[in-house]
Design a protein around this ligand. Structure first.
Ligand code: NAG
Ligand code: NAG
Length: 287
């Protein structure tokens, strides 16, 4: 009996580590808030602008730029805080799979890619963790975690986002924001300044209806307008889909993964569903 109680206690503790304790380490004062406020979220028809609009500079301080060797932009990424108070980067597996950490650099504190900004700083990647079950063919488990060779300095332009234990269903219909420097039109050029696009999170049933069998609800979530007109493009992969929560902070809900073209009619964009990988993140954030 004693042993049973002990076993139960151990399981509860393990659960606490992976879900409860890991999430921002119980410290929600230290994530998901901005020094520079973002633009007010657009509503209704006014939000349907192709490619979105320029973000208020540094209003998304968890947004980072991933650069491979000498390229100017390869993917987006998001800063989160681990329980050992380390900032790490969450990105898409498709961005970094099969590459060497030494070939990657991340830039933090960036708004304009061409300017040299006050808190802009480059860090070398020391470790790449690609999800073990990542499938390049089906884009399943499209998540990776990067650790940096030196600790990331936090300031007004560099802050982590929160991670939530709430499932995706709690965000259905919410207007959430995708940020990136990706191309604003199919085969267009990269944006110099960070852009934001607001999109509603769609229920899995609507994603399946509109996207078809390639949408796997065990791994993915989708967001956007069924009429098309807005979406993530090349160079946006790995970046955040962030939702404002009831505590007045932003949570990382999705990772930009794929779509058909940028924003074609009837095809909402698809994101890795971060909620499905909380245990995986907890494991790799501290090893
Ligand atoms: C939470 O984080 C903030 C900012 O880093 C820090 O000042 C504060 O002491 C932390 N609180 C706890 C309970 O760890
Ligand atoms: C990978 O997939 C296998 C088979 O479905 C599963 O047992 C395992 O838990 C998965 N690994 C992770 C890290 O999710």
């Amino acid at each position: 009996m004693k042993q049973l109680v002990f076993l139960f206690g151990t399981l509860a503790f393990a659960q606490g580590i992976s879900i409860g304790t890991f999430l921002n380490c119980g410290n929600t004062t230290a994530c998901g808030t901005q020094f520079y406020p973002p633009h007010t979220a657009p509503t209704g028809a006014s939000s349907r602008i192709v490619g979105g609009r320029e973000a208020n500079p540094h209003s998304w301080p968890w947004m980072v730029l991933l650069r491979y060797r000498t390229s100017t932009l390869s993917c987006g990424g998001t800063l989160i805080r681990t329980c050992t108070d380390e900032l790490v980067v969450i990105t898409a597996a498709q961005c970094v799979e099969g590459s060497l950490a030494a070939d990657w650099q991340i830039d933090v504190g960036v708004h304009s890619r061409s300017a040299n900004e006050l808190n802009q700083k480059a860090y070398q990647v020391s470790e790449i963790h690609v999800h073990e079950n990542y499938s390049a063919s089906y884009l399943l488990s499209d998540i990776a975690l990067l650790r940096l060779s030196t600790p990331i300095e936090e300031n007004a332009d560099v802050t982590p986002i929160c991670v939530t234990s709430l499932p995706i269903e709690d965000f259905y219909g919410k207007n959430c924001v995708v940020t990136g420097w990706g191309t604003t039109m199919e085969s267009g050029s990269l944006a110099d300044r960070l852009k934001e696009v607001y999109k509603p999170i769609l229920p899995n049933s609507e994603c399946l209806t509109n996207i078809g069998g390639a949408f796997n609800p065990d791994h993915m979530t989708c967001a956007g307008y069924l009429e098309g007109g807005k979406g993530a493009c090349q160079g946006d992969q790995g970046g955040p889909l962030a939702c404002f929560n009831s505590q007045g902070k932003y949570d990382l809900i999705g990772i930009v993964s794929w779509g058909f073209g940028c924003a074609r009619e009837g095809f909402p964009a698809v994101y890795a569903n971060v909620h499905k990988y909380l245990d995986w993140i907890a494991t790799h954030a501290s090893s």
